[in-house]
Design a protein around this ligand. Structure first.
Ligand code: SAH
Length: 214
């Protein structure tokens, strides 16, 4: 499927909408301009919803994250060129692709085999610096640690310790964390092996981070 002038125009409108909602980081907005979100929809008949600022169902009860949320998480990660990023929850692959447009190398884990297989094939057709893994994100990827940045794109009941351990000192983790009925976006900076600085960035809505694979 093509990335037409119409798609580019719709993307530009979406970028302006996200800017009006408070994300003014030009590098992040440029990354959103570069990645054709409509190519990440499993069901291509849903393509017309790609440039609306909403999360959307993909398959197996999962979602492609809302563009505003992708922009917010990308901004909070403070991506620098060649950052090695661990993503938990590959889903459609869209967030991973946006991170590569910021200059990151992405390692991403998905626990649902059907989604993993489909997104791996899609991403390899794009030739982006993304490596996909089938597994349980609670464990991270110890064999590839340490990472500069870690992003969770499913709501965690708590921050799994292995993910904090697999970060470099000075590294940043961004995650939606369950807090009662709601989820809150959390940013954690690793100051030393035992010290972490945490800030909060508003309420959000993600599918849950589940244990094990399926
Ligand atoms: N980053 C995605 C958002 C996907 S939705 C995107 O840009 O589209 C969250 C994804 O996290 C789902 O596909 C879900 O299956 C996956 N997930 C949930 N718990 C997980 C876990 N423990 N390990 C890895 N992936 C997980």
């Amino acid at each position: 499927m093509d990335d037409t002038l119409i798609h580019k125009g719709l993307r530009e409108q979406l970028v302006e909408e996200i800017r009006s909602k408070g994300i003014t980081d030009e590098n992040v907005l440029n990354a959103l301009r570069k990645i054709p979100r409509h190519l990440f929809f499993f069901d291509r008949s849903m393509e017309k919803f790609a440039y609306i600022d909403k999360a959307f169902p993909i398959e197996s009860g999962q979602t492609i994250s809302q563009p505003y949320t992708v922009a917010l998480q990308t901004h909070l990660l403070s991506i620098e060129k060649n950052d090695k990023v661990l993503e938990i929850g590959t889903g459609s692959g869209y967030q991973a692709a946006v991170l590569t447009a910021m200059g990151a190398q992405v390692y991403t884990i998905e626990r649902q085999q059907e989604i993993y297989v489909r997104t791996k094939a899609l991403l390899s057709s794009f030739h982006l610096p993304i490596t996909t893994f089938y597994g349980d994100g609670y464990k991270g990827l110890p064999q590839l640690a340490p990472f500069d940045k870690v992003i969770l794109t499913a709501a965690a009941p708590y921050i799994p310790r292995p993910l904090l351990e697999q970060m470099k000192i000075g590294g940043i983790l961004v995650a939606p964390v369950e807090n009662g009925e709601q989820q809150e976006m959390i940013r954690i900076k690793k100051i030393s092996d035992t010290e972490f600085e945490q800030t909060r960035h508003g309420i959000c809505a993600f599918v849950p981070m589940l244990k094990g694979i399926c």
